[in-house]
Design a protein around this ligand. Sequence first.
Ligand SMILES: *Cc1c(COP(=O)(O)O)cnc(C)c1O
Length: 385
Amino acid sequence: MTAMLPYGRQSVTDEDVAAVVDTLHSDWLTTGPQVDAFEADLARWTGGVGVTTVSNGTAALHVAYAAAGVGPGDEVVVPPMTFVATASSAVALGAKVVFADVEDETFCLDPAAAAAAVTSRTKVVAAVDYAGHPADYDTLRTSIDGSDALLLADAAHSIGGTYHGRPVGSLADLTTFSFFPTKNLTTAEGGAVAALDPRVLERARRFRSVGVVRDRDALRLQDEGGWYHEVHEFGLNYRLPDVLCALGRSQLRRLGDFIARRSALVARYNEALADLDGVLLPARKSWADPAWHLYPIRVLDGRRRQVYDRMRATGIGVQVNYIPAHWHPAFADLGYRRGSCPVAESFYAQQLSLPLYPGLSDADQDRVIDALAAALRVGSVRSAA
Ligand SMILES: *Cc1c(COP(=O)(O)O)cnc(C)c1O
């Protein structure tokens, strides 16, 4: 019995392990030199936009919304085709989430739907780079023009991708990353926030360090002793330790290779599945150079459940990304209704993620392709009978 092929998996080398071990033997386990170095390394991928590391991608969203000033009475516009944290982290700050539908093709936030959802209370419009394909940021920017809302990119899937040749991390006022093991690079748990405005970045940094202010010029009482610090705005402890930043730096050195291998696998899927009846393949816009995180197909004719069950039974760990965020009972109990985002909801009913990660071999990918074709064949024989 061969092990289940997962839909996503980390690639960890001996160099990664050595980087972690070296840091464990150093003077610093948490906030030390690896944190600053990892943040500087990340800023090379964001086109120089400043970055602060945080303890995970959900924390990154919480920090980013807090840095944007989101609080009770504010609204945050979010697409439902995402992991629930894009929305729930805004709720955690007392904001009201307004779901806006996605575009039919990329399944990223639809600029027209976002524009329709914006009100005078909107603090942030959050787009998600679904599957690693960037949202249409220039059009989003234009469509929310005239509002004071900041634009946020949830780039948990898309670090290393580009939009019109510009890097992810430089496309929105705030960008959040996740370094969970299935993502494009990992620190086990980890994340980061990039912000165009250095003052917003400074607020993000403070929030992730309990709100503590130590910079003497910023203190209200400047004649206290060396121990003295102040909290001006409440924050939380969302620091990413030195040990994990060392892992992140080591991983980041291979991000280009990871993305290249993911792209090659996407090209192989595209070719092998092009003529397969009963499925639709992911689309790419001409202006996007995605860092593919998922390979999301659509299974037609109401057969997604069947294909999921059959592939799982043969050891292929297909996944569904995502349950529309507003369907979760926590949102339903607040009065959010099914049917409000029909594009995302009908996509969900068909969506299936095939395994995609740098360590996936061509032979294993061929197994996935054969298993998908077989799963579709069995059903069609039955329905013809
Ligand atoms: C993974 C993910 C998150 C949350 O990241 P964690 O590191 O798991 O907390 C947020 N948004 C999206 C789109 C994600 O895929």
